[in-house]
Every structure is written in structure tokens, then in C-alpha cells.
Design a protein around this ligand. Structure first.
Ligand SMILES: Cc1cc2nc3c(=O)[nH]c(=O)nc-3n(C[C@H](O)[C@H](O)[C@H](O)COP(=O)(O)OP(=O)(O)OC[C@H]3O[C@@H](n4cnc5c(N)ncnc54)[C@H](O)[C@@H]3O)c2cc1C
Ligand SMILES: NC(=O)c1ccc[n+]([C@@H]2O[C@H](COP(=O)([O-])OP(=O)(O)OC[C@H]3O[C@@H](n4cnc5c(N)ncnc54)[C@H](OP(=O)(O)O)[C@@H]3O)[C@@H](O)[C@H]2O)c1
Ligand SMILES: *[C@@H]1O[C@H](CO)[C@@H](O)[C@H](O)[C@H]1NC(C)=O
Ligand SMILES: *[C@@H]1O[C@H](CO)[C@@H](O)[C@H](O)[C@H]1NC(C)=O
Ligand SMILES: *[C@@H]1O[C@H](CO)[C@@H](O)[C@H](O)[C@H]1NC(C)=O
Length: 520
């Protein structure tokens, strides 16, 4: 006699089975994978999860590639030997998994790589990860209600290409991959005279700038770092960037001694750099571009999923204008009606955010809504919420298409840890509002996803960066780091450390020992 119970169970497990692909194993993909596996086992029964990473190791941009290729080939990472975090490492972590004891507050790049590797080993993620597998193309085969993702995947080691089927796709390919080249007037003339334009993604060794007259272009975190990297090597350095009045989105870094501030470049004609204020420089031989990155996701574009557009973005079709992927619910869920809601997610598109907490919240959102699609409100409702957020951004004087996925630094209506809570809390609150309070990853009633110590120190993030730099300069990096991090182990230890350093810095500022820093 046929065992009916067995048959039913087998059929059920087939029908509940989901195939989920994650693309990219940097901070974003690792967080998403961990969040999927954090679900109670009964919620992810029969799931097949595969995480693809094209490089030889996990870690994303924190995995070095010491020799950058020459243009037009694009390096796999902008990492340079002296790179370290530009904020306290406790603010980069996923919940309850801190960096190792006594890690310097501004962590060297290899400590961040190790953190990602440790996350993978601590939470048993390795068996889901396929290294040296590049996703060449992802296409949706089906219509607005049924179908599957077809991934064309190339395995480097065996030089084989296969076509694989998945039900859900989580894209975490990183946003710092395609250098942004401004369209300078007179650029060709500049190059013809033998002068150089190089994007900071190629930067490795400051000695390459010895004796040169350099304009560093762009006032973001890369600009600030590039200027400080080459000071003492280049002969002269100019820093072309917007003031905070001209561009409220620019971080407004303080001036760097030995570096002359300039406005934006208006022309390079005749091999002469002319600036917007009419001033010009003929001695300059090198432009070091720290102009940011274009938001492109080639494997989605080649699959016909994500169109690249120049002008306005249509309401329904998933597009990127180089800064903004639209339409997405909370920077995470695709609202393109050509595939069913809940089949395509993005993790890590957000700029200027507490990385681990944001990525993990996005991962939790994907995990729970994949497990139970009924958690997703109707598309119209999610779309209306997206438009409401965009209207708020507009009301604050920013163009949403330019503002893009910036969340943090305390500017913008839905950003940072403002009065209405942080982005990552809003995302987790979506799940709480649907009855998931207290489930794995989702805090109990009366608690926020983001712990109070994170909110507090995030508010002092820039001060902590400047304080740490100043302290190291004064006492020597080794002595300074020893003094503050010795014996610090837990999140609570580091929360206390950050509070103490903030207080020390406030004291310095009050004594006038430090020029007060313009807050971003
Ligand atoms: C120079 C620099 C310094 C930074 N410093 C800090 C810092 O101090 N603190 C901080 O919080 N943030 C910092 N950031 C921001 C940083 O982007 C995030 O912290 C985070 O590391 C990004 O992780 P990610 O997973 O989103 O992207 P990535 O780290 O870029 O990882 C994406 C991964 O996806 C893989 N991938 C892409 N496409 C494919 C494909 N088609 N198939 C297979 N694999 C693919 C890539 O190989 C890569 O490994 C920095 C960024 C830059 C550029
Ligand atoms: N750990 C570290 O030390 C470190 C170092 C570098 C970078 N990072 C991280 O890397 C990410 C990317 O930072 P990023 O600085 O490379 O990019 P970014 O934040 O996009 O900054 C680029 C800046 O350049 C400006 N810009 C663009 N074109 C310009 C032009 N022609 N003239 C003058 N200014 C121009 C941009 O202004 P608009 O876009 O408004 O036009 C923007 O302010 C961030 O997450 C950052 O935190 C960290
Ligand atoms: C989508 O395809 C399925 C199967 O081919 C079909 O049954 C369904 O009617 C289609 N739906 C739409 C909206 O076209
Ligand atoms: C923030 O809170 C205020 C007051 O409660 C409310 O009017 C506003 O819409 C909220 N903003 C967001 C983005 O939720
Ligand atoms: C949770 O976050 C909100 C908004 O930032 C804040 O007002 C509240 O005090 C926080 N609650 C706890 C328990 O930390």
C-alpha cells in the first residue's frame, strides 16, 4: 500500500522549497546570507541557498588587490595599503558580533576583512558560498505572477558556464565598483597635452604622485583621504570641492594643511585647469578624481532587468540613472511589476550608513518576506510609500534622483538616527508591525533594533574620527591605541570607550586646543 502520509509530506516539501540566489559576498551579501539562516528552521525548510562571489575570497572591497590594473580595466577594489575605517568599527558590525578585543577604533583594512571572514566561519556560512563564480547575467523568465530567475554563472577555475534557476534573487554586488568620470570641458585637449586623469579606485601608492602638481577632485570621504594620502608626496595639491553651502550633501571636511581649496572645475581646455570662480592653474599635471562611483549592476542590466537611463526614471520599470535604482521599497525591494513582488531584493545600495546594521536589516526584511510573501503589502501601497519618501526629500530641497540611496550623516528627511528612528529600524519595524516581534533578529516590544549605544555614538561619528586622528598624531598611533583599547572586549566596553573619547574631544574643543570641526 502506498504510504500516503509520506507522499503528502514529500509533495509538501517540494512545494515549499525555494531556491534563493545571493550575488556578492561583501558585507551586504554576508549579512543577507546570515539573516536567511537566522530564520527558524521551520520557516526555511527545503530552501536551497546559493551565494555567488566572483573573487577568490569573501570580504568584498576589503579584500585587497595590491596591483591595480591599468585603465580601462577596472580594479576589483579601491583598497590601498593605508586604508582604514573612517568611522568606529563598532558601528560597522552586525548585531551582537563585535570586532575582536582591542581592535583600534579606526580599524585597519585587514581587520575588516578578517571580520567578514570570521562572520562566515562563526555562523557556518561557507557551505552556501561559491567562490570564483561570476554571475554574468540574471533574467526573469516568466510574467508578473509566475516565473523564475535564470542566472548565467561562470566558474573561473573550471572555465565553465552554467544556467541556473532560482525563485528569489538578492543582489548585493556593491556600489563602489564603477568609477564616475565627470564630463569635463576640454578633457580631450588635456589628455592630448600628456596630462593625467586618474580615478582614486586605481590609487595604491602615494609615491606615484611625487613631484606632481595635483588637483584632487571631489569632497567626499575619498577626496578627504586622497588629499591626506598624497600630502608630503605631491609638489602642490589643490582640492576642488563644493562648500557645504553650494552642496549640502557634501560632508564638509575641514581644510587640510598644505592643501589649497578650490571650487569645481569649469574647463581643462588648453591643458589649463579653470575653476568655476574664474581662477586658473597651468602648472597642474594630474587630476586625481574622487568623484564617487556610478551605480550600475551589469548582470541585471544584461539580463534586461535593470535599464540604464540618463533622464527621468519611469514609474514602473526598474532603472538606474547612475545614482538611484527606482522603484524600490526602502532601497531594498523591487517594485517592478514585470516580476512578482518578493522575487528581487537589493542589499547594500545605501551610502553613508552604519553598514552591518543596515545590511542585516535589509537581509531580515528579505528573509521574512521570502518565507511568507503575505507579509508584503500590495505593490500600490509600497509604491505610495516610496513616493511619499521622495516627496519629503523634494520638500527638503533635494532631487530624489540625485539624492539616491544616501541614508545617514543626519541629513535628509528619512536619514540617520533622526527623531523618527533610523532607516534600519524603520525596516525592522515593518516586520514588527506584522506580528514578528521577538522572532529571531526582531527585537522584543519596547526595544529598538538599533541599540542605544549605536545611536549615541553614531551621532558622534565624525567627532570620533577627528579625535582619534588627533590623538594618534599627538601621542603616536601605538601609544594612543594601547591607551584606549587595552582590555576592551565587549560591545559595552567599546560603547564606553566611544563615550570617553567623545568627552575627551569635547574637552579639547572647549579648551580651544582643537579648531572646532564643521559638523556634517
Ligand atoms: C575606499 C572605501 C572605504 C570604505 N570605508 C568604509 C568604512 O570605513 N566604514 C564603512 O562602514 N564603510 C566603508 N565603505 C563603504 C563600503 O562600501 C561598505 O562598508 C561595505 O564594505 C560594502 O559592502 P558590499 O557588500 O555592499 O559591497 P562590496 O564590498 O563591493 O562587495 C560586493 C561583492 O560582490 C561581488 N560581485 C559583484 N558583482 C558580482 C557578480 N556579478 N558575480 C559575483 N560576484 C559579484 C564583488 O566581487 C564583491 O566581493 C568604504 C567604501 C570605500 C569605497
Ligand atoms: N574608510 C575610508 O577612509 C574611506 C575612504 C574613501 C571612501 N570611503 C567610503 O566610500 C564611499 C564612497 O565615497 P567617495 O568619496 O568615493 O564618493 P562620494 O561619497 O560619492 O563623494 C564624491 C563627491 O565628489 C563630488 N563630485 C562629483 N563630481 C565632482 C566634480 N566634477 N567636482 C567636484 N566635486 C565632484 C560629489 O558631489 P555630487 O555627487 O553631489 O555631485 C561627491 O560629493 C563612501 O561610503 C565612503 O564613506 C571610505
Ligand atoms: C502568467 O503565466 C502563467 C503561466 O504561463 C499563466 O497561467 C498566467 O495567466 C500568466 N499571467 C499573466 C498575468 O499573464
Ligand atoms: C516623522 O514624525 C513626524 C511626527 O510624528 C511625522 O509627521 C513625519 O511624517 C515622520 N516622518 C517619517 C519619514 O516617517
Ligand atoms: C527607540 O528609538 C526611538 C527613536 O529614535 C527613541 O525615541 C526611543 O527612545 C528608542 N527606545 C529605546 C528603548 O531605546
Amino acid at each position: 500500500m502506498v504510504n500516503l502520509r509520506f507522499l503528502t509530506a514529500a509533495l509538501l516539501s517540494v512545494t515549499v522549497s525555494k531556491r534563493i540566489a545571493i550575488v556578492g559576498m561583501g558585507a551586504g551579501g554576508i549579512s543577507a546570507l546570515k539573516a536567511l539562516l537566522a530564520l527558524p528552521e521551520e520557516m526555511r525548510e527545503g530552501w536551497e541557498i546559493v551565494a555567488f562571489e566572483q573573487r577568490e575570497e569573501v570580504g568584498g572591497l576589503w579584500l585587497p588587490q595590491m596591483d591595480a590594473p591599468s585603465p580601462p580595466e577596472i580594479p576589483e577594489t579601491p583598497l590601498y595599503p593605508d586604508l582604514r575605517t573612517n568611522g568606529p568599527h563598532p558601528l560597522m558590525t552586525i548585531p551582537h558580533f563585535p570586532f575582536p578585543p582591542e581592535t583600534p577604533l579606526l580599524a585597519p583594512h585587514d581587520a575588516v576583512l578578517r571580520y567578514h571572514q570570521d562572520t562566515v566561519s562563526r555562523f557556518g556560512l561557507a557551505r552556501y558560498i561559491r567562490l570564483q563564480h561570476v554571475v554574468l547575467c540574471a533574467a526573469w523568465v516568466g510574467n508578473s505572477t509566475v516565473g523564475h530567475w535564470n542566472l548565467l554563472v561562470e566558474e573561473h577555475r573550471r572555465a565553465t558556464t552554467s544556467s541556473l534557476r532560482f525563485d528569489h534573487l538578492i543582489a548585493a554586488p556593491g556600489v563602489n565598483r564603477t568609477p564616475r568620470y565627470p564630463d569635463f570641458d576640454g578633457r580631450v585637449e588635456w589628455l592630448v597635452t600628456g596630462k593625467t586623469i586618474i580615478h582614486c579606485i586605481y590609487f595604491r601608492d602615494p609615491r606615484a604622485f611625487s613631484g606632481r602638481n595635483v588637483v584632487v577632485v571631489g569632497g567626499g570621504p575619498s577626496g578627504w583621504d586622497m588629499v591626506r594620502q598624497i600630502v608630503g608626496h605631491a609638489r602642490t595639491i589643490y582640492w576642488s570641492r563644493d562648500t557645504k553651502e553650494e552642496n549640502p550633501l557634501s560632508p564638509g571636511w575641514p581644510s587640510v594643511p598644505g592643501v589649497l581649496d578650490k571650487p569645481r572645475i569649469s574647463s581643462l581646455a588648453g591643458g589649463i585647469v579653470t575653476f568655476k570662480d574664474g581662477s586658473s592653474l597651468s602648472c597642474v599635471d594630474t587630476l586625481l578624481l574622487a568623484t564617487g562611483y556610478d551605480l550600475r549592476i551589469p548582470f541585471l542590466t544584461s539580463g534586461g532587468v535593470l535599464a540604464e537611463v540618463d533622464g527621468p526614471q519611469p514609474a514602473d520599470e526598474l532603472t538606474t540613472n547612475g545614482r538611484y535604482v527606482h522603484p524600490l521599497y526602502e532601497h531594498t525591494l523591487s517594485l517592478d511589476p514585470t516580476h512578482p513582488l518578493g522575487t528581487l531584493y537589493f542589499v547594500g545600495l545605501i551610502l553613508y550608513n552604519p553598514t552591518g546594521m543596515c545590511d542585516y536589516a535589509q537581509g531580515l526584511f528579505a528573509a521574512y518576506t521570502i518565507a511568507d510573501p503575505r507579509l508584503l503589502a500590495p505593490r500600490d501601497e509600497l509604491y505610495a510609500s516610496l513616493k511619499a519618501r521622495e516627496r519629503q526629500i523634494l520638500a527638503e530641497g533635494f532631487d530624489p534622483a540625485h539624492y539616491g540611496h544616501k541614508v545617514g550623516y543626519g541629513y535628509g528627511p528619512t536619514s540617520g538616527h533622526g527623531a523618527n528612528g533610523s532607516f534600519e529600524d524603520l525596516l525592522v519595524d515593518y516586520l514588527r508591525a506584522r506580528g514578528l516581534t521577538g522572532r529571531p533578529g526582531i527585537p522584543m516590544e519596547g526595544m529598538n533594533y538599533t541599540e542605544p549605544w549605536r545611536v549615541e555614538s553614531w551621532g558622534h561619528g565624525l567627532d570620533l574620527l577627528f579625535a582619534w586622528n588627533a590623538g594618534e598624531e599627538r601621542e603616536g598611533a601605538r601609544a594612543w591605541n594601547m591607551r584606549w583599547t587595552r582590555g576592551r572586549r565587549t560591545e559595552a566596553d567599546y560603547a564606553a570607550l566611544m563615550r570617553e573619547v567623545s568627552e575627551w574631544w569635547d574637552g579639547e574643543k572647549a579648551r580651544g586646543g582643537e579648531t572646532p570641526v564643521e559638523e556634517a
